[in-house]
Design a protein around this ligand. Structure first.
Ligand code: CP
Ligand code: NVA
Length: 333
């Protein structure tokens, strides 16, 4: 995988994604002092320079890239407020950054921007979230489910409840198609994923045995699953749609009843985070004042329950992002 960008899981084979998950687990064991294969010993990214461009807010993704880089001996630059797209074209900026850095992380809006950076920089570019995709998130989500269930990805069943056409759900669907998982979306029909995304994954589903389904019926979606997943109802950049989203999604909150409807007493709850499960944020307080809601996509009870693995999942962002950088910057594979 050396020299390749990580823009979407669509660009990777089943075997490559499984290898990234294995590497993530090995790097996690290394970090925890539990030993690792000899090829992973030492500082794997020593001498590398990495730039992190963020056009949207972030806690987990930024910190994961930074800690992962530092752990393996790389240096990072955190870049906001650059000239890119304002006084300098994306093409020219990408060429400049490619002269200085070994890898570029980009988080932003249009997928076209990250593709343009990847086309012109000449170094690996990693997608830290765009409007349509969030591929590093999926590696952490699947690794966490594997760790807690002991299952191989092809035996995992996920139900995603909420905004069925957002970046996280799209990315999970692509990951599921590649890995042979079952992926069910429960969403109001206005927020169903695009037919073209589903159609484009049919070949992968056929090859891997994945089953993707979309319904408005939560009970149907969650029956027998290993993981119930949700994300915010309003993604970054869509704040002007808050009224409409709350109207569409208020009946799609993940509650204890939704977990019970799975029929799986061990069902896991996952969320990419950040989450509106209480009133302890400025935005949640504003929404409460306007709409009278004190919890949005998930109840506080579920979030804090024994089913919830959200903080393991957040930690796994770091181990999986480290694997992506090591795989694309070194000769490890
Ligand atoms: N899950 C995730 O991407 O979190 P951040 O927005 O904090 O990076
Ligand atoms: N769908 C969310 C994910 C945040 C990690 C957003 O794009 O804001």
């Amino acid at each position: 995988m050396k020299g390749r960008s990580f823009l979407t899981l669509k660009d990777f084979t089943t075997e490559e994604i499984l290898a990234l998950l294995q590497l993530s687990g090995d790097l996690k064991a290394k970090k925890k002092g539990q030993g690792c294969p000899s090829k992973l010993q030492g500082k794997l990214l020593a001498g590398k320079n990495i730039v992190l461009i963020f056009d949207k807010s972030s806690t987990r993704t930024r910190c994961s890239f930074e800690v992962a880089a530092f752990d393996e001996g790389a240096q990072v630059t955190f870049l906001t407020n650059s000239q890119m797209g304002k006084k300098e074209s994306i093409e020219d900026t990408a060429k400049v950054l490619g002269r200085m850095y070994d890898g570029i992380q980009y988080r932003g809006f249009s997928p076209e921007v990250i593709r343009e950076i990847a086309r012109h920089s000449g170094v690996p570019v990693w997608n830290g979230l765009t409007d349509d995709d969030h591929p590093t998130q999926v590696l952490a989500d699947v690794l966490t489910a594997m760790e807690h269930t002991g299952k191989e990805p092809k035996d995992l069943k996920f139900a995603y409840i909420g905004d069925g056409r957002n970046n996280v759900s799209n990315a999970l669907m692509i990951g599921a198609a590649k890995l042979g998982m079952e992926y069910r979306i429960a969403s109001p029909k206005e927020l169903f994923p695009s037919n073209s995304l589903i159609a484009g994954l049919q070949e992968d589903c056929k090859a891997s045995g994945a089953i993707i389904s979309v319904t408005s019926d939560i009970a149907e979606a969650v029956k027998g699953v290993d993981v119930i997943y949700t994300d915010v109802w309003v993604s970054m950049g869509e704040e002007d749609q808050t009224d409409a989203r709350i109207a569409l999604l208020k009946d799609y909150q993940v509650s204890m009843d939704v977990l019970k409807a799975s029929g799986n007493p061990e069902v896991l709850f996952e969320h990419c985070l950040p989450s509106f499960h209480d009133l302890n944020t400025a935005v949640a307080q504003e929404i409460h004042d306007k709409y009278g809601l004190s919890e949005l996509e998930v109840t506080d009870e579920v979030f804090r329950s024994k089913h919830s693995v959200v903080f393991d999942e957040a930690e796994n962002r770091m181990h999986t992002i480290k694997a992506v950088m090591v795989a694309t910057l070194t000769d490890i594979f």
